[in-house]
Design a protein around this ligand. Structure first.
Ligand code: VG1
Ligand code: CO
Length: 548
């Protein structure tokens, strides 16, 4: 064990004015983070905000993107200088977001720092990000991220220990003054948790005899997790896991598992002799995509189907007390919750809004339309867990992905869903769309566009049922007279310009729903949204940049 004396330095800096967290942490271009004192100032603000007891434990790791390793060294040196008792750091600086959340809980840590810009591109010209979690394992709530921002605006110095570079690739402990820096295997605790929730014996035999799995880690953090869990523990051949080595630039691919960025997986699913289950995960391992032969599972459907089939996994066999979805997520899960007689909460976009509900035991499953789903086993969304849950459904129900989905639609109806993203270079123009709708919200109800009558329009506001905190301006909702819904909001994870997200959903029942393309079911709502929001007028865009 290496041991060093603490050589403490207090370094002066000029405060930054742009360190406000978005939907999931602070995300900026790598070059912004590389400015002198930038990372340090934010981290000092986080330490000051968390007001950690001397000697507390903190978890640290990230998705392995460019700048991850440097940031781990800097944050460890700052932790030693700030009196943290123990830093638990993922080997190689790696920890998937759900694994970090789990480690915070198993180690009774006071919190954690996760280095990730999730699905944003990586590399020297890409993005970097940092988010912090509390002792519950959940992402810091809005009040805390706002407090950290306020603290950064007046951060005129930070504390740093002078220490020789840590060997973060070897598990073991280094002592610096009163701080122990412990490098741990990033996978083992998480893998153990998965083994508790799911019936690995059943999954092993299903994978051996019936289900051919193909998992794509998109060169991001889940590679080592997938290899350990699927190959070592569940016996899947190595070649079924691809892009399994975390790379600093993700090999140039965009680690966002959706049909646009991961079109190669959609192609594979539509091919002859497609694998039975195709899964993929995003940069930091908290999202997923599920496909089967000729079937891409829409995330809203995935949550609904999981809720309808809790019986398949030992961890959920007794059902769940309630469920939650983010407001723009399709309302498919509402029908299942209604059928089960359990509450269905509607929260603003961003995982942090689920954390209080999970912590209070009000919900046992939750999800977002952006391919993120999880349960009370951790306090973050969890990509690999979702793949294991789908595998459990295939094993327990003895059905293919396609059969599971189609049977669900036959029972509950099909909630068609689309997210239409408009990438707008000029932030002002994007804000003008939202401002115009907000200012005129009273007259939007009763108006019509592309043949659709809007019967109700409002601005979503959320009161947390646990702590009573209120979050305003969380998206604009338009309800059509025939039961359709349009939601508009601006993305809070980008690092330049703006992305307007337009979400559409409508439930249909009866014959033909399985064959009907979502585009056909939602084209009138799409036209109505574009017309009422005057997207072309404000931006010149006649079509979305991507439809997900
Ligand atoms: C997006 C998604 C949101 C998700 C967030 C962080 O936010 O819409 O559902 O929670 O990314 O996910 P926005 O504000 O860009 O719409 V991750 O996997 O980037 O931590
Ligand atoms: Co992510």
């Amino acid at each position: 064990m290496r041991s060093e004396k603490l050589k403490l330095r207090e370094i002066d800096c000029v405060p930054f004015d742009d360190q406000r967290s978005g939907t999931a942490g602070l995300r900026k271009k790598v070059t912004v983070f590389q400015q002198q004192h930038y990372l340090e100032c934010f981290v000092q603000s986080v330490f000051d905000t968390l007001k950690l007891e001397p000697g507390s434990t903190l978890v640290l790791g990230g998705d392995g993107r460019y700048y991850n390793r440097e940031a781990v060294q800097t944050i460890s040196a700052m932790a030693a200088a700030n009196g943290i008792g123990r830093m638990v750091v993922g080997q190689g600086g790696l920890l998937s977001t759900p694994a970090a959340s789990n480690l915070i809980r198993t180690r009774n840590a006071a919190g954690g720092i996760i280095l990730s810009a999730s699905h944003n591109p990586g590399g020297p010209d890409g993005d970097f990000g940092i988010k912090f979690n509390t002792a519950t394992g959940g992402q810091a709530p809005e009040q805390l991220t706002e407090a950290a921002f306020a603290s950064s605006l007046v951060c005129k110095s930070y504390k740093l220990a002078d220490l020789t570079t840590l060997d973060i690739d070897k598990c073991g402990e280094t002592v610096i003054g009163n701080t122990v820096i412990e490098i741990v295997d990033p996978v083992s605790d998480y893998a153990e948790l998965m083994e508790e929730i799911f019936d690995f014996e059943l999954l092993r035999s299903t994978l051996k005899h019936r289900v051919r799995l193909h998992f794509d880690a998109l060169n991001a953090v889940t590679g080592p997790y997938a290899q350990r869990i699927f190959c070592d523990m569940l016996g899947v051949p190595d070649e079924c896991i691809c892009n399994a080595t975390p790379l600093e630039d993700f090999g140039g691919i965009h680690p966002d598992p959706n049909p646009v960025q991961a079109a190669h997986l959609v192609k594979l699913a539509m091919s002859e002799n497609a694998p039975d289950l195709i899964g993929a995960s995003d940069g930091d391992g908290d999202r997923y995509m599920i496909l089967g032969s000729s079937m891409l599972v829409s995330p809203g459907d995935s949550l609904a189907i999981m809720l309808a089939n809790t019986v398949v996994a030992p961890g959920y066999r007794n059902g769940v007390p309630g469920v939650a979805r983010s407001m723009p997520t399709s309302r498919a899960v509402d029908a299942v919750a209604h059928d089960l007689g359990i509450p269905c909460f509607e929260t603003p976009t961003g995982w942090r809004f689920f954390c209080n509900l999970l912590e209070a035991g009000k919900i046992g499953l939750c999800g977002e339309e952006s391919f993120g789903t999880s349960s009370a086993h951790t306090r973050e969304k969890d990509g690999l867990w979702a793949v294991l849950y789908w595998l459990s459904m295939m094993a327990g129900l003895e059905q293919s992905v396609g059969e599971i989905v189609r049977r669900h639609w036959a029972r509950f109806g099909r909630c068609f869903f689309q997210r239409r993203d408009y990438v707008i270079a000029d932030l002002e123009k994007a804000e003008a769309i939202i401002r115009n709708l907000t200012d005129n919200i009273g007259s939007v109800a009763g108006s019509a566009g592309a043949g659709q009558q809007i019967s109700e329009a409002n601005i979503f506001e959320y009161t947390d049922p646990v702590d009573g905190s209120v979050s305003t301006n969380q998206g604009i909702r338009l309800f059509s007279a025939d039961g359709g819904r349009i939601v508009l909001r601006l993305s809070g994870t980008g690092t330049s310009g703006a992305t307007l997200r337009v979400y559409l959903d409508r439930t249909e029942r009866g014959p033909g729903i399985a064959e009907k393309p979502a585009a056909a079911a939602l084209s009138d709502l799409a036209g109505t949204a574009a017309e009422i929001a005057r997207i072309e007028h404000f931006t010149g865009l006649t079509e979305p940049t991507a439809i997900i």
